[in-house]
Design a binder for this molecule. Structure first.
Ligand code: NAD
Length: 507
């Protein structure tokens, strides 16, 4: 292991002297839970207490839903001019930019991700608030002036109503910003529930919304666990829509819970995302993108490219390059700006990652690098080594289940059809990539891959303009692009008779 690039604890790092207290934001008030319950978060890298959050129960979830319902049914937010909503979203974007360093710092402490990455995510989040602001002002419906001389048809877009937004721990601020500004642009009111592991920056966002002048009750934040808070949000009849990002298992549960009241459900779930390497690919560029794709956010990323499907002619050379690059990726203290990969979110999650690698080894795969936890000087938290598992067979669990750690599986193929079959051979369909210098190979692949996003000769570039979401068990619905706004809208048809030209039905 000594030939890895490890970054020890940063001397004099800015660690909290005492944990931050975090409160629910309900109906414009910052409150504790009625029963006083709290949950504490410790930094995954440094092991220091970071936050103590109010732990919501049924009472807090129901109060937040009531506040959002009242703000929707009786407030001005859904019906006012979109220009006013757009102006508020822009103000929030500016406030996010102003507080970027503080938000990123807390994000690092709660999630374990590197500071440079957190800073980029917060800047990206501000950009999403600006994008949603632009959409708010340019949204419109349709008119049909071709239905006959006495008829006019209008198609109106209206907010869905009260939207419950449930987010995961791996990109807490960014994913909240993939949902909330779009819901607000559409005119919805919201209840936002962050992960119990990373509530801090969502609370900071609530403070910025209050500072920007958002009317009371338009956004409510309830802290706490999936059960009971998430369960109440998915079942309460006063909620019109649930927008969820998280695991496929919980997504399935939310879908079942929401079915009783037929809520609209939008799901962004897991992935087992492949990159296919054809023999004519630029292997150096592909290897670099593979390292980025698997180690970014310590592999705790729905978009991690955890499956490499390499042509048998180049697989050996590719694995050599990826192993060499992996040794140079800087794992360590997430507060050190040199660090590229930080800590694993919890000790339990680290054990799950390790169990996946051990099972693969036991069933005959070859661990070409890593395969164990890392000890890093001065850091008591949990880290996992960059890991490359070669000669994986498609029937092994590591080939089709989400590991959610810095672990790459390498499979081999010989023909185009075989590669496509392997790509489409899991229950997931979030994203897929192809590496070839032949544009026809890339296009053919892009059309046959069952995935919501296909990258050709690149990995994980994202833009607010482009929709994001999954096929199959990677989810339903889309975020970002104009689709990201439309998810939060209903479509209403208004059919108008102009004048009294209709012959009486009763003669
Ligand atoms: P998770 O499913 O455990 O939790 C996500 C959220 O759901 C948390 O806020 C949690 O408290 C809540 N929750 C848990 N049980 C619930 C219930 N019964 N009802 C309602 N809410 C409930 O996921 P996680 O571990 O926080 O995040 C990792 C997962 O998220 C991975 O599978 C990853 O692939 C996925 N993810 C997907 C995307 C995407 O855009 N497709 C993005 C990021 C993460």
């Amino acid at each position: 292991m000594t030939d890895l690039s490890l970054i020890p604890a940063l001397p004099g790092a800015d660690l909290p002297a005492a944990p931050q207290r975090l409160h629910h934001w309900i109906g414009g008030a910052w409150i504790d839970s009625a029963d006083g319950a709290t949950s504490a978060r410790t930094s995954p890298a440094h092991g220091v207490p970071v936050s103590v959050a109010a732990r919501g129960g049924r009472a807090e979830a129901e109060a937040a839903i009531a506040a959002a319902r009242a703000a929707f049914d009786a407030g001005d937010w859904p019906h006012g001019p979109a220009s006013a909503r757009a102006a508020l979203l822009l103000k929030v974007a500016d406030l996010i930019d102003r507080d970027r360093a503080a938000i990123a710092h807390l994000e690092v402490l709660e999630s374990g991700k590197p500071i440079t990455q957190a800073l980029a995510e917060i800047a990206g989040a501000a950009d999403l608030w600006r994008h949603a602001s632009a959409l708010a002002r340019t949204q419109h419906g349709d008119s049909h002036n071709s239905l006959g001389p006495d008829m006019l048809g209008l198609v109106l877009r209206e907010p869905v109503g009260v939207a419950a937004l449930i987010t995961p721990w791996n990109f807490p601020f960014l994913i909240a910003s993939q949902k909330l500004p779009y819901a607000l642009a559409a005119g919805c009111t919201c209840v936002l529930k962050p992960s119990e592991l990373t509530p801090g920056t969502t609370v900071m966002l609530g403070r910025l919304l209050a500072e920007a002048g958002l009317p009371e009750g338009v956004v409510n934040i309830v802290l706490g666990f999936g059960d009971p808070v998430g369960e109440v949000l998915a079942t309460d009849p006063r909620v019109d829509m649930v927008s969820f990002t998280g695991s496929t298992a919980v997504g399935r549960r939310i879908s079942a819970n929401a079915a009783a009241t037929l809520k609209k459900v939008s799901l962004e779930l897991g992935g087992k995302n492949p990159q296919v390497i054809f023999p004519d690919a630029d292997l150096d560029e592909a290897a670099d993108a593979i390292a980025f794709g698997v180690y970014f956010n310590a592999g705790e990323c729905c978009n991690a490219s955890s499956r490499i499907i390499a042509h048998a002619d180049v697989a050996g050379a590719l694995v050599e390059r990826v192993v060499a690059l992996s040794r140079r990726v800087r794992f360590g203290d997430p507060l050190d700006p040199r660090t590229q990969v930080g800590a694993i979110v919890t000790p339990e999650h680290l054990d799950k990652i390790d169990a996946h690698v051990r099972a693969a080894r036991d069933s005959g795969a070859r661990v070409a690098l890593g395969g164990s936890a890392l000890n890093i000087d001065g850091l008591p938290g949990q880290f996992y080594a960059p890991t490359v598992v070669d000669h994986v067979r498609p029937d092994m669990p590591i080939a089709c289940e989400e590991v959610f750690g810095p672990v790459l599986s390498v499979l081999r193929f010989e023909s185009f059809d075989q590669a496509v079959a392997l790509v489409n051979g899991t229950d997931y369909g979030l994203s897929a990539g192809v590496w070839s210098r032949d544009v026809s190979t890339c296009l053919d692949f892009a059309r046959r891959a069952r995935a919501g996003t296909v990258w050709t000769n690149t990995w994980m570039d994202g833009f607010p303009e482009l929709p994001f979401g999954g096929f199959g068990q990677s989810g339903q619905g889309r975020e970002l692009g104009r689709y990201g706004l439309e998810e939060f809208q209903e479509v209403k048809t208004v059919t108008m008779r102009i004048g009294r030209t209709r012959a009486p039905w009763v003669s």
